[in-house]
Write a protein that binds this ligand. Structure first.
Ligand SMILES: Cc1ncc(COP(=O)(O)O)c(C=O)c1O
Length: 693
């Protein structure tokens, strides 16, 4: 049977990647696709000014990383220009490293990971099966390890960490793993650091051996890096407005069917862009002498402790590369707590991101149970209580005990904030531990671990405007079960990425100075405006809380998911990019069980989808289009998105022959094929700027 017929039968679309032209690194002469701010390479200037070679090359590195930041978005599955650019930059980094190591692509897979994750993988391999190079080797404090592994040997390896990106599809009982290398790169990679590492390797190739730790001493004080900036006299909304002006990539124009337009990023739940004061902190930290690294790590720990209410005498703070690694660590630590004679259970919900599901599911000797959620994404607290009571108090299930309850603080799909305080109280009443996945929480609402009764807390810096590959696990000290040796290895792996740690510290300080209450108000205003606008679009179905006047609206953050009747969501997302320069995301957002729940995909269809995805891995599953706000967004962004969706809906309905009111179809300036070509040219030009040397 024809593939497209199968797709329609099971409600699956063909991945646009399948059709996408593979772009090369060359830009056609005289062509200027898209418009960037001017940060052109000034390669020979600084050398002529007598700056030493390492400093000169370091400045080039900074300029090229800045170029990557201008069009930053999360890799894979995003639909906008920025996601295309960043995915190309990231994948190109693999080629750069393989070239550096003089290894063939044919039989080698290049994985990016942390030192710790690499070590776990290497334990399964023969020394002849892999080669490894890290950012430390060239004197850069990025915390990036690149492992080049023989393809055949890698196929025999078990995944050591699981979570977002490692699977194609999950259901309560089955997992379809992603292909390599994704299967071994759990969670959001440290994209910018990886690009920086690849750029540095190319610069080394051009300029000869350079050790970036040999920079001319130019030491900043820790206090200057973290606390001083051009905006230090401002707070609250005024600071927020001024910070918006410093968005890296502000003013980048992208090609659309309407001509070149300012890019609008509505994909903040996937990853957030950054701002000049945060980038400045990173640049200063990358220059710091190694002897200062410990000081900055220590100071940022105290910033985090203060921000999330996790005092250092009660909580241990461990740096990771992302939330996923932090959940894996928490699960590993929890696995050591198990008692003889007790069958341990982990209780979570169907709302969870796969990074807060798979690590528990894969934990040996432990079973995972999931509570349902209602259509808005809320757990029934009475049901939670009754559940815990049955297992832990009334002991109705033999020696099975719920030992830990693990929930998202905020959903990356429905945008709702979970009632953590109430859940924490119930969980502790029944003697269980409590983990909160704060990936979607920290940038949006204030948290205090002590007040909320949280035992384990995890989050990622790249969702807090610090996209430099840093994550955090906060765990109560008395629950730590790692040996001192293991702790040393965990710390040394996480703390290598000093720049990422400083970025996180700086971002948290700025958010605090703005005030989470101010951010919350702005976010609610944008969300209400968007919901009102979307509610007027015929054929557009919003999932979850959709009425800004309902009592539940105060529990909703800036994440809205929807579908347009008669159009595959992947197409809607692509159209938003092509027609209006808006970057959103489409799919299951690594929350397969929740998306199936809101789309009412029953078990039989789910089984069929598993079969289809196994046979045709490039197929896209039915999902939802997601817009998600960050602090850089404005009412103008919302209105642009609403108008674009109105136009898309009008067009898809007129195609279906349903437009009855005779509204004229919007006129697009350029045909689809031209826009696609210009988008590809834009991507090529952006890639060229970053890997210019
Ligand atoms: C709720 C939630 N948890 C966990 C994660 C995983 O975060 P990371 O990819 O940074 O590890 C995400 C990322 O989208 C998320 O939204």
């Amino acid at each position: 049977m024809d593939l497209s017929i199968i797709c329609r039968l099971v409600g699956i679309g063909l991945s646009s990647n399948r059709k996408r032209r593979v772009t090369t690194m060359t830009t056609k002469e005289g062509e200027q696709p898209g418009v960037f701010n001017s940060t052109e390479s000034q390669s020979s200037e600084s050398l002529a000014q007598g700056i030493n070679k390492t400093d000169h090359v370091f400045q080039m590195l900074l300029r090229q990383v800045h170029a990557a930041l201008e069009t930053y978005s999360n890799v894979h599955r995003g639909s906008g220009h920025y996601s295309m650019v960043t995915t190309h930059l990231f994948e190109k980094a693999r080629d750069v490293v393989l070239d550096h190591l003089h290894l063939p692509r044919r039989n080698t897979v290049l994985l990016f990971c942390t030192k710790r994750r690499a070590e776990a993988l290497f334990k399964q391999l023969k020394p002849s099966d892999y080669q490894c190079i890290s950012s430390e080797d060239i004197g850069l404090a990025l915390g990036v390890t690149a492992a080049a592994v023989n393809k055949k040997a890698l196929r025999r390896c078990a995944v050591t960490e699981t979570g977002g990106g490692t699977t194609r599809l999950i259901s309560p009982k089955s997992i379809t793993w992603a292909a390599v290398p994704d299967r071994f790169e759990a969670g959001t990679p440290a994209v910018i650091n990886i690009i920086a590492f690849a750029v540095a390797l190319r610069l080394i190739r051009q300029f000869g051996t350079i050790v970036f730790s040999d920079l001319t001493a130019h030491q900043s004080e820790i206090v200057d890096i973290l606390y001083r900036d051009d905006l230090e006299d401002f707070t609250g909304l005024e600071l927020l407005n001024r910070l918006r002006q410093t968005l890296i990539g502000q003013g980048v124009l992208v090609p659309t069917a309407m001509g070149d337009r300012r890019h609008v990023n509505l994909d903040n739940s996937a990853s957030t862009p950054t701002f000049l004061p945060i980038w400045n902190a990173v640049q200063q930290t990358w220059r710091l002498q190694k002897s200062m690294h410990e000081k900055i790590v220590c100071e940022v720990k105290s910033v985090i402790a203060d921000t999330i209410g996790a005092p250092s005498d009660v909580f241990e703070l461990l740096f990771t590369s992302n939330t996923t690694e932090a959940v894996n660590l928490a699960a590993e630590n929890f696995g050591r707590e198990l008692e003889e004679g007790v069958e341990p259970l982990v209780l979570s919900t169907i709302l969870e991101h796969s990074s807060n599901d798979l690590p528990w599911r894969m934990l040996p000797g432990v079973s995972l149970l999931r509570l349902p959620v209602d259509e808005d994404g809320f757990v029934d607290l009475n049901e939670l209580d009754a559940f815990l009571c049955k297992y832990n108090k009334e002991c109705l299930h033999g020696n099975k005990r719920i030992k830990i309850v693990t929930v998202s603080g905020a959903s990356n799909v429905l945008g709702v904030f979970t009632p953590i305080e109430e859940i924490g109280r119930i969980v502790h009443r029944h003697g269980a531990r409590f983990l909160v996945d704060g990936a979607q929480l920290v940038a949006h609402r204030a948290v205090n671990l002590q007040h909320l009764g949280i035992d384990y807390f995890v989050f990622s810096a790249h969702k807090v405007y610090a996209p430099f590959g840093c994550g955090v696990l906060a765990v109560k000290k008395d629950l730590l079960r790692f040996t001192p040796r293991e702790l040393k290895s965990i710390r040394s792996s996480g703390e290598m990425n000093v720049g990422g740690i400083a970025a996180l510290g700086k971002a948290l300080i700025l958010l605090k100075r703005i005030g989470l209450d101010v951010i919350q108000e702005e976010e609610q205003t944008l969300t209400a405006r968007m919901l009102r606008g979307l509610s007027k679009i015929p054929g557009l179905e919003i999932y979850g809380i959709r009425d800004p006047d309902s009592p539940r609206f105060s529990k909703k953050g800036g994440v809205i998911v929807f579908n347009l009747k008669g159009s595959m969501g992947s197409r809607t997302a692509k159209q938003l990019a092509c027609q209006a320069g808006i970057g959103v995301r489409y799919g299951c957002h690594c929350s397969h069980m929740l998306v199936k729940h809101i789309l009412h995909v029953g078990p039989t269809l789910q089984r069929f989808q598993h079969m289809i995805v196994t046979l045709f891995p490039k197929l896209l599953l039915p999902g939802v289009v997601r817009v998600s706000f960050g602090i850089e967004n404005s009412e103008e962004d919302v209105d642009r998105c609403v108008v674009a969706l109105q136009n898309i809906a009008l067009k898809s309905q007129s195609v279906m022959g349903e437009t009855a009111d005779g509204t004229p179809e919007p006129k697009l300036l350029l045909p689809n094929a031209d826009v696609k070509q210009r988008m590809n040219d834009f991507v090529e030009a952006a890639v060229q700027r970053v890997y210019a040397s």
